[in-house]
Design a protein around this ligand. Structure first.
Ligand code: H53
Length: 818
């Protein structure tokens, strides 16, 4: 007997079909006969939303009236993915929906497909935020996600005929978007510019202009918790619609200028990933959503009170700063407490310090935001004053602790010219955490060493996680069924450590075969999906070998493509017979920041390697490369369950955590990876024998830098000494992948041979060697599948539910609503 605990609504399929009909008729004004899939999608979404409203309202009132501290997750990105399927699952309406739409004459898939995926995030950081709010709701913890409803999300990626990346705007709101509810009555005013004057001995900020922050609320239904939280994304509106006088003079563009300028603030998500961009608009965005959110929290938790007792603020809500983007919230809360509510500095500092915590998601020092003081002064003059004062207080505190002058200078939050946001966050909040054990250790030892030396108790680790609801249940229903059958319960969806119960089944041949059949069926599905969406002919009987993530030099897509080229060169030169190699399909997915030149060259190279290899009869069917464009959550959900081998090959010490690595392991892919980020913990848990480890460790990387690897051009030695590596790079340089043109990749090749900061060449040999071992293992399907079962069984730790429990215990000190 299998125990089923998944939520199931009492509503019947017939009733749900009626609700959809009613929405179609009374809200959208179409009959079932006239309705297109997109109409039914909107109607079904509205119907599901109605089923969630009572729980949503109850969650809010329990939160405000009870005394469980809430979590405010402040994040510039929330990469949510499509909503309908997830909402159906959590509302217990999936079966009813499937039957209802069928009765209305549609397939469930075409309705699900009609949703346009919102892309309000760049990569790991934004997706993590989405997993976290799912887990918070599923654990019944009262929480708000606070961010921006960008009008344009992450750009749409296309490839031109030369294989170059083309970016086009992602106007995701072009059609009706049924999930966000815009609430004009709970708007906030956010001001900018102007000057600070003294009035009656008090500092008074006289801003020059203001925008209206209007919340758009998304329900965040928990899985099996009965709770529905809120994701509140702010959109910027102008107070002045347009100037009629100017308009009447036919100066139409001038007339709408203030409106355009205000609305620019929430217009576009910055497409950089993990390097800051010093743009005024970006700081405006950050201040915009953080200021609105702080005021919103006061409104929510002290309803109708003119003079609330904000000394209790930190007991009502704790704000998590997701990377440095929302850190301007620290001086903002200080300002609000002092200037708007009249608290003295010390009281305001105590409250602020207690309210905020900071998660750092990077190890690249250049990725920690530093704002020019001049910019802050122009945009937020009062905040700059407060930051200076925080810095004075900080210096005095350090001095009192006996910290030497030079170190104090190194630690300055405010240097005169600039403001270091990571330092402000590290001092201004109660806790600082990294996102995987190695990362947190390196933060303490390197990136934020001084801070950790002075405030050791502030520093902690919370290893990232992913939601099993979206990334196993929805993405991989076949595997979900096999797991449920194997464990005799579906409870693992809210307690992922139960997957451990599969460990003994790795020795059960029948189970392992079932598990392998799931993978095979998923590969067939993916092949069909790739044909439909991209026109690719992927052979599901080859090994599917995947590398999906943002395109960054440190992630080393270059290492992967060089290895493919090396294999290809071996076949072309006759060193290896094509018949001897194990058939493989390599799938890449990656967007490069539009201004990131070498990353874009790498994309072009991959596309052209794919073009050449896939059309070469000498390797046909043996080695294939595909690069589906516009990698997004939908593609991830189709590709991850079909993957045999996952690439996590970043230079050790550069990937903070990674979360793709967790999704793959949980879906029964094996990993080839370096000892970096969460790979370390994945390997520890799944067992070294079930993980393909290669490459330098972080200390080895540091030692090689110390020898001058990147400054003395040491990479060239690796090139000279390794004929296979040399052949691969020469093939890139000689025009094989650019129709004979030797210049196309010259900058990339130059970089490899003269700098190679991320040590692709230094790790090449180790990478080729491990690939040989991978091939050998894959030739024994039962062995491979057993290893895959053990990956799934031992990866329950990487649930975002566990991450949230760690945050609750180590940082937030709160819990589920009573
Ligand atoms: O955050 C992920 C990590 C990943 C890291 C990523 C990230 C961004 O996506 C953007 C900015 C940033 O500083 C870090 O690169 O390693 O898994 C979630 O923590």
């Amino acid at each position: 007997m299998t125990e089923i605990t998944a939520p199931k609504s009492a509503v019947t399929a017939e009733q749900f079909a009626d609700e959809i009909r009613e929405q179609l008729k009374y809200t959208q004004g179409v009959t079932v006969e006239q309705a297109k899939p997109a109409d039914v999608y909107v109607a079904a979404s509205a119907a599901v939303r109605r089923h969630l409203v009572d729980s949503w309202m109850k969650t809010q009132s329990d939160m405000v009236n009870g005394n469980t501290k809430a979590v405010g997750y402040l994040s510039a990105e929330f990469l949510m993915g499509k909503q309908l399927e997830n909402a159906l699952l959590n509302a217990g309406l999936t079966d009813q929906f499937n039957k209802a739409v069928k009765d209305l004459g549609f397939s469930a898939q075409e309705i699900i497909d009609a949703e346009y995926e919102p892309g309000l995030g760049n990569g790991g950081l934004g997706r993590l935020a989405a997993c976290f709010i799912d887990s918070l709701a599923s654990l019944g913890v009262p929480a708000f996600g606070y961010g921006i409803q960008y009008k344009y999300g992450i750009f749409k990626q296309e490839f031109d005929e030369n294989g170059k990346q083309i970016e086009t705007p992602d106007y995701w709101l072009a059609n009706e978007e049924p999930w966000g509810h815009i609430d004009y009555n709970r708007d906030q005013k956010v001001s900018f510019g102007g000057e600070v004057v003294e009035e009656n001995g008090k500092k008074v900020w006289k801003p020059a202009w203001s925008v209206r922050a209007v919340p758009v609320d998304y329900m965040v239904p928990g899985y099996a918790s009965g709770r529905v939280n809120t994701l509140r994304l702010w959109t910027a509106k102008s107070y002045d619609e347009f100037d009629l006088l100017t308009f009447n003079k036919s100066e139409y563009l001038d007339a709408v200028k203030p409106q355009v300028e205000a609305e620019n603030i929430s217009k576009i998500l910055y497409p950089e990933d993990s390097t800051p961009q010093g743009k005024a608009l970006r700081l405006e965005q950050q201040y915009f959503f953080v200021s609105a959110s702080i005021h919103d929290a006061i409104r929510v938790f002290y309803p109708g009170q003119d003079k609330p007792d904000l000394t209790t603020f930190a007991d009502k809500i704790t704000f998590q700063l997701n990377d440095t983007h929302p850190v301007i919230g620290i001086p903002e809360l200080m300002r609000v407490l002092m200037d708007e509510y009249g608290y003295d500095w010390d009281t305001a500092w105590k409250i602020t310090n207690k309210t905020f915590n900071y998660t750092c998601h990077t190890l690249l020092p250049e990725a920690l935001e530093v704002w020019p003081s001049k910019l802050i002064g122009e945009l937020l003059p009062r905040h700059l004053e407060i930051i200076e004062k925080i810095n004075d207080q900080f210096e005095a505190e350090l001095k009192a602790k006996g910290v030497d002058e030079a170190t104090i200078k190194d630690m300055a939050i405010y240097t005169g010219d600039s403001v270091r946001m990571a330092f402000l966050a590290s001092y201004g909040g109660s806790h600082v955490n990294g996102v995987a054990e190695l990362h947190s250790q390196l933060l303490k030892d390197v990136t934020l060493k001084n801070f950790s030396d002075v405030y050791p108790d502030k520093f902690t680790n919370v290893t990232n996680g992913v939601t099993p609801r979206r990334f196993i249940k929805l993405a991989n229903p076949r595997l979900s069924d096999v797991i449920t059958e194997g464990l005799g319960t579906d409870k693992w969806l809210s307690d992922l450590e139960l997957l451990k119960g599969l460990i003994p089944l790795a020795d059960d041949d029948e189970f392992v075969k079932k598990f392998a059949a799931v993978k095979q069926a998923n590969k067939v599905d993916f092949s069909n999906f790739a044909k439909r969406k991209y026109g690719f002919d992927i052979d599901p009987n080859t090994m599917i070998n995947t590398m999906v993530k943002r395109l960054h030099e440190y992630k080393r897509q270059a290492l992967k493509i060089l290895s493919v080229i090396a294999d290809y060169a071996d076949i072309k030169s006759g060193k290896v017979s094509a018949d001897d190699i194990m058939p493989r399909t390599i799938v890449f997915g990656a967007k490069a920041a539009p201004g990131y030149y070498l990353a874009k060259q790498t994309i072009q190279l991959i596309n052209n390697v794919a073009r050449v290899i896939n059309n070469d009869p000498d390797v046909k069917g043996k080695l294939n490369v595909y690069f589906p464009w516009n990698y997004n959550i939908e593609l991830a959900m189709n590709l991850i369950p079909a993957t045999d081998l996952d690439e996590q090959i970043s230079q050790a010490g550069k990937e903070a955590s990674g979360t793709g690595n967790m999704k793959f392991a949980l879906n029964g892919a094996l990993t080839v990876g370096t000892l970096d980020g969460a790979n370390v913990e994945i390997r520890e848990r799944v067992g070294a024998e079930n993980f393909f480890l290669f490459g330098m460790t972080e200390p080895e990387v540091s030692a090689l830098y110390a020898k001058g690897y990147d400054t003395k051009g040491l990479s060239r030695e690796y090139y000279e000494k390794d004929p296979q590596l040399k052949a691969a790079i020469d093939m890139v340089a000689d025009g094989t992948f650019s129709d004979g043109d030797k210049d196309t990749y010259k900058d990339l090749v130059n970089d490899w041979l003269n700098k190679d900061y991320f040590m692709t060449l230094a790790d090449f040999r180790a990478y080729m060697d491990i690939q040989a071992q991978i091939e050998e293992t894959y030739r024994d399907p039962m062995k491979w599948s057993r290893m895959a079962v053990l990956n799934v069984a031992n990866s329950g730790y990487f649930s975002s539910d566990r991450s949230i429990e760690d945050y609750l215990e180590r940082i937030w000190h709160t819990g589920p609503l009573k």
